[in-house]
Write a protein that binds this ligand. Structure first.
Ligand code: AMP
Length: 276
């Protein structure tokens, strides 16, 4: 496996068709599942490790975001990755004045509302990385479902010519979605954290039993009582990200909540997975 730090070194490699997994590092089994999916699809596997400053608001955790490059290199090597692309901030950004700003319902509520500018930072860096890496296929995790929807729309709106594959959320044995930010949890918070997924699943099953609205407010109360501060917990139509209870649509329970210093996000489809 090669570790490459500059765009020109990366573009000098003869990689053939590339499967690309963009990450911010602190790699865990969620990232590894996307690397394995890329391996299965075939071609060379390129993983980027870049903590993108433009997707963090000034009051967010850019400075303290976990950085563990040595461990990440070992994890990626074991997963059969061909190239790690780990550029510096200066390599990626030179006083830019152009960015991609996602608009519309999908890019307005939930994460977009709580984290102004976040998805512009994400869309811009993903488009830049697509232009740098020139992948045939790119792999994203459904744990970040709104990000998946926004990137899917960007690829279509801007004719990126990149095939997208979305991988299922990888969880701990207790249901907690793996996340680099779980490192912020104390032992006690880590014990409580799986409740977020538990309540999401309760809301999903109760809607199928036609008790949606009650279940949402009951779950928010349960989470708050357990020590979470809930940013949002809703049932949305995944085509629009607008609240819906129409089970003929592709519905999803989405949630974000603070637990101590960690902001956890998670989601589950109602019924079988339909987001592709
Ligand atoms: P990040 O490093 O957090 O920016 O994530 C990089 C990619 O890994 C994104 O496409 C995420 O959606 C995906 N990812 C993060 N956590 C998980 C998880 N637990 N299961 C599956 N994919 C994940």
């Amino acid at each position: 496996m090669r570790v490459v730090r500059t765009i020109s070194d990366l573009q000098g490699l003869d990689l053939g068709p590339v499967g690309f997994v963009p990450t911010m590092g602190a790699l865990h089994e969620g990232h590894v599942s996307l690397m394995r999916l890329a391996r299965e699809v075939g071609g060379s596997v390129v993983v980027s490790i870049f903590v993108n400053p433009t997707q963090f608001a000034p009051d967010e955790d850019f400075a303290s975001y976990p950085r563990r490059e040595e461990g990440d290199i070992a994890v990626a090597e074991r997963a059969g990755v061909d190239v790690i692309f780990a550029p510096s901030t200066e390599e990626v950004y030179q006083s830019p004045t152009t960015s991609v700003v996602p608009r519309g319902a999908v890019a307005s509520g939930w994460e977009a509302a709580r984290r102004p500018g976040h998805f512009a930072g994400v869309a811009t860096v993903v488009l830049k990385l697509f232009n740098i890496v020139r992948p045939k296929t790119a792999f994203f995790g459904l744990k970040d479902i709104q990000q998946c929807a926004i990137i899917k729309k960007m690829v279509s709106d801007l004719n990126c010519g990149v095939a997208l594959r979305f991988g299922p959320t990888v969880r701990g044995p207790d249901g907690l979605a793996l996340s680099s930010r779980n490192a912020y949890l104390s032992n006690e918070e880590r014990r409580i954290a799986p409740l977020l997924h538990g309540e999401i699943c309760k809301v999903a099953s109760s809607l199928l039993e036609k008790r949606g609205e009650d279940a949402v407010s009951a779950s928010v109360a349960n989470l708050e009582n357990a020590g979470f501060t809930v940013d949002y917990l809703e049932i949305v139509d995944v085509e629009t990200f607008l609240p819906s209870r129409d089970i003929s649509k592709n519905l999803r329970v989405i949630a974000a909540a603070w637990l101590g210093r960690a902001r956890l996000i998670d989601n589950e489809p109602i019924g079988a997975e339909t987001f592709t």
